[in-house]
Design a protein around this ligand. Structure first.
Ligand SMILES: *Cc1c(COP(=O)(O)O)cnc(C)c1O
Length: 482
């Protein structure tokens, strides 16, 4: 399988790119995002064969359709080592739970049982295994530089800790993450994980990453890379749980399901869109945003209006002003027209022609949004009627899913809401919703003492030069070739 960029460049300096060529990259050199030259198609016989596979085996079967430059036996071993009960808490990895009292055929699919209790672990854990494998094969190294306001940074650190040939330099705004999120990152003691607590806000952290990455000589010399949400391998790993959810909610061929997806950068929903285009019988993909509703606005009106900045909400992992994966969807929507895609995204904001906008419905996408009050009300309702606590991101998905089920019912088609984080990560909002008398949200036994563990974190001024100096003295050595 070869890959092309949404802006048209189909070849690198050494010819068409394969999976491992783009594994360690973010943006394509022409500024676009990578997609496979053509999407593999999955027919009913294949679906029947995959039904009943363990998650790790299912991941292997799907990944091998997209990856032809890793020997199948190695790929299978990496999938098996990644999706284990000990890492993801359950043998099903992404178990489904019915929410019958709230709606007929309504389910919650848990994607947040990984080490950092958010769905980013689903992809990041595999990325860590793939990175270590490929760096070992090449005998090189990667110094990952990133900025985080919470979930991405901790998922990356927990996936890359202790990996050979890899170091992580993660900038976070000092004192601005939730106590749980801070503890999750700062308590890691691995020598290859570097928490840099920047004296500033999240935007300062992002500006530093941009400034360091813009210094191409520095970037090449220290082999600086990123693990942001546009990475193709992350997206590919996320395709798997749509299949896993489908198999759990259905009993045989001929059935369809819908998914509701709490969305920010459009990575999660884009993976569902890919699964649907591969032939997974998905009826609707329900996109749910918070007050940062740039995507909801697009799907309702056909206008993509990038915001000056994101507003802070009680679902912080969805606080975005532009959706970094959205270009992949528009590229498909416009019949894979790279010149048009480039023109639209270089311009920033745009409006599609009415007939182009109407095609979105053909892709099954329906959208909605939630406010802080909506999320609190949903958290209360799920607790009262199902005895279940959900986090504010998942509550956003549930709120919009229930709305769609009420306004456009599809009898007999299960609606699967993706649970993107565990409530323990967002205890303050949970208390606000459920009141002081509600019990504390549960957390895995291994994390009981998280906040009291010793911390390893270096304070940093908001200064790219200081961060560069730190990287120069702490960069990792190359992985020895296997
Ligand atoms: C990242 C994240 C999201 C948004 O996912 P996208 O792929 O950016 O759309 C939603 N909920 C949680 C908890 C997250 O961490």
């Amino acid at each position: 399988m070869k890959y092309l960029s949404t802006r048209g460049d189909a070849t690198g300096a050494e010819g068409p790119r394969s999976f491992c060529d783009i594994l360690l990259e973010g943006l394509a050199p022409d500024g676009g995002l990578y997609l496979p030259v053509q999407l593999p198609q999955v027919d009913a016989a294949t679906l029947a064969r995959w039904r009943g596979l363990h998650y790790a085996e299912l991941a292997f079967e799907i990944l091998r359709l997209f990856i032809d430059d890793i020997p199948p036996a190695d790929l299978e071993r990496l999938c098996r080592a990644t999706y284990t009960e000990s890492v993801f808490g359950t043998p099903q990895i992404t178990p489904l739970r019915p929410l019958q009292p709230l709606g007929d055929g309504l389910f919650l699919q848990a994607l947040s049982n990984g080490p950092t209790l958010a769905f980013k672990d689903m992809a990041m854990q595999l990325l860590g295994a793939l990175f270590e494998y490929e760096l070992g094969r090449r005998g090189t190294r990667l110094n990952i530089l990133g900025a985080t306001s919470g979930d991405t940074g901790s998922a990356a650190e927990h996936a890359m800790r202790g990996k050979r040939g890899l170091a992580v330099f993660m900038l976070s705004p000092a004192g601005r993450m939730s106590p749980f999120q801070q503890a999750q990152m700062y308590s890691l003691q691995d020598a290859n994980i570097h928490n840099l607590a920047v004296d500033g806000v999240f935007d300062d952290c992002q500006d530093i990453v941009k400034a360091v990455s813009a210094d191409l000589a520095f970037k090449r010399r220290w082999q600086i890379g990123t693990v942001n949400s546009i990475n193709w391998a992350r997206l590919l790993a996320q395709v798997v749980y749509y299949f896993a959810g489908y198999f759990q909610a259905t009993t045989g061929p001929g059935q369809r399901v819908s998914f509701a997806v709490p969305s920010g950068n459009f990575g999660n929903l884009c993976a569902g869109h890919l699964a649907r285009m591969m032939g997974l019988p998905i009826s609707r993909l329900v996109l749910a945003t918070n007050e940062n509703d740039v995507l909801d606005e697009f799907f309702r009106t056909g206008t993509y209006r990038v915001r000056a900045g994101a507003v802070e909400t009680s679902s912080p992992s969805m606080d975005i002003s532009r959706a970094s994966n959205f270009e992949r969807f528009v590229f498909e929507l416009l019949g894979r027209d790279p010149a048009r895609t480039r023109a639209l995204f270089e311009g920033g904001s745009f409006t599609l022609a009415p007939e182009e906008h109407r095609r979105c419905a053909g892709f099954g996408i329906v959208s909605g949004r939630s406010t802080h009050a909506d999320r609190l009300a949903t958290m209360r309702e799920v607790w009262a009627r199902c005895g279940l606590m959900v986090d504010p991101h998942t509550a956003c998905g549930l709120k919009v899913a229930l709305e769609v089920m009420r306004e456009h019912p599809e009898p007999g088609v299960p609606m699967i809401v993706l649970e993107t984080a565990q409530p323990a990560k967002f205890e303050v909002t949970l208390r606000e919703a459920l009141g002081p008398q509600a019990p504390a949200p549960g957390r895995p036994p291994a994390l009981q003492d998280l906040e009291s563990r010793p911390r390893r974190c270096t304070p940093m001024p908001a200064d790219a030069a200081a961060v560069k100096r730190y990287i120069e003295t702490h960069a990792v050595a190359s992985a020895a070739a296997a």
